[in-house]
Design a protein. Sequence first.
Length: 119
Amino acid sequence: QVQLVESGGGLVQAGGSLRLSCAASGRTLQRYTMGWFRQAPGKERKFVATISWSGGSTNYADSMKGRFTISRDNAKNTVYLQMNNLKPEDTAVYYCAAARSWGADYDYWGQGTQVTVSS
């Protein structure tokens, strides 16, 4: 089992930045593909970004490219999401998740962290 705990959310003005963290326990994340997702009020959860176990491959949703950066520190068992130039439409609960391999379904999810961007 992998337990994931997100942190770093909060209230920020449009144009500001936040860095989310996802800390894992129970098992090393080293061999897991990690992803970030978000869910806005009244909407479905959507993909944000993903990173391979080595960090060598990343992928982003189109609307996040150039603004968000996913990274990981396997020694710290932590994954990050750096979010710059935030917009009010980025307001959502952000979740991290772990998959056993690239392209596989995500097996483990965190509880989420709220990000609110004011205009």
